[in-house]
Design a protein around this ligand. Sequence first.
Ligand code: HEM
Length: 464
Amino acid sequence: MASLAPDVAANLHTERANPHWVRLGGDHKLDHIPGEDGWPVLGTTLMQLADPLGFQKRMVDTYGPVFRTRSFGRRGVNLIGADANELVLFDRDKLFSNEQGWGPVLNLLFPRGLMLMDFEAHRVDRRALSIAFKPEPMRAYCGVLNSGIASAMENWGGRMRFYDAIKALTLDTAASSFLGLPLGPEADRLNKAFVDMVQASVGVVRKPLPFTKMGRGVAGRRLMVEYFGRLVRERRANPGQDMFSQFALATRDDGSLLPEDVVVDHMIFLMMAAHDTITSSATVLFWQLAKNPEWQDRLRAEARAVTGGDGLPLAYEDLGRMELTEMAFKEALRFMPPVPNMPRRALREFEFGGFRIPAGTPVGISPAAVHADPAHWDSPEVFDPMRFTPDKVASRHKYAWAPFGGGAHMCLGLHFAYMQVKLLANHILTRFEVRMQPGAEPSWQAWPIPKPRDGLRVEMRRIC
Ligand code: HEM
């Protein structure tokens, strides 16, 4: 397996290690864009992290939908609105690089993931990996998830921290559906390595020093790379029905298998892309169902009608019949999208909103800001799944709702996410009534992926 020299591996997220990244050539090139530089050294970073939506709203109110900020040591330009989402996500003119947008944040731990690739190389690997999301393998994951979730339900009930419980469940089901591993010490060891990596990606210290999150994250990555390397060879010889086997057997346009180290990088990235996003959005959905019992009842009735009773599996063929559940999940994704902002870097100069934006500019869009914009959504602070009836969807700007991104990088796992959340809704709601504990109202940590600071204190009353 190809390995990188240690000094290169430790700096993959830096400009120095990436001479091909397009340079802005000095922050002064953005002097003509209205905005703020914030405090010395810290810039606007802390304000953006503390209250991203509030900060964005203030900036749009003060400077308009194209504004400049200075975070993590450099200036960048934010483009806010549905048209901006369309320009950047659809990217008709191939103006924007994902690698150079996400790379500074994710390259150290999740290098060469699909979301960090650009254009032709990205197209070829995306096509190869897509086989893992075709109906046959999806039906197999559905079976594994149904039984994994059902057996976890035996230990649920009473007062619980919903976020913590769903996170543990998502990790365990990922071991079986993604990796084909039974629960046990091996799955636990991998889960721990994985959690260390995810923690490190948001650590303040960006160098892998001993006793830091980054130090543990890089060690976790080493363990996963080694383990997955062996697993590719095993699964090629003896494939199972898990996603890893699909990736191990995926071929490029010319019929060649993806190289082993490429399979490993894609799998590690995919686990990261899947895990906290599902945990966060399922938590938001159940938080709102706990606060809106009439919607909880409607979804419970739908699950009973589709599966035929309480505590029964939801068949792959029946996923499409969970229409209200799908609408409620879409509303949860609007309400608090797991990926609130998406970074890119401009490869060439372009114009938007009357401003000339030079090559090399870090560019950010914010689906979260558009999801909260009264121009597209009446009373955006209200949870209302009826916003997603087909006629309402058809009458709205296509990019007013973009929790899964769009264009060439549109989330590859979105059908998997819908499936997992529908299965969770079925198994949880036909066994429990979910209420908030008395007086519990979570405050939410917004960054990097929304989570309730108190773990979401709910009461689960068994009904079956
Ligand atoms: C509610 C759950 C999820 C949300 C909100 C979500 C959101 C996103 C977003 C916004 C992107 C595009 C980012 C960008 O363009 O910069 C993305 C990409 C991706 N997601 Fe998801 N995701 C979710 C679940 C999943 C799951 C379950 C999987 C895998 C099973 C997955 C795999 C991926 C992959 C592989 C990409 C990269 C696609 C590409 O660049 O071609 N995601 N996701």
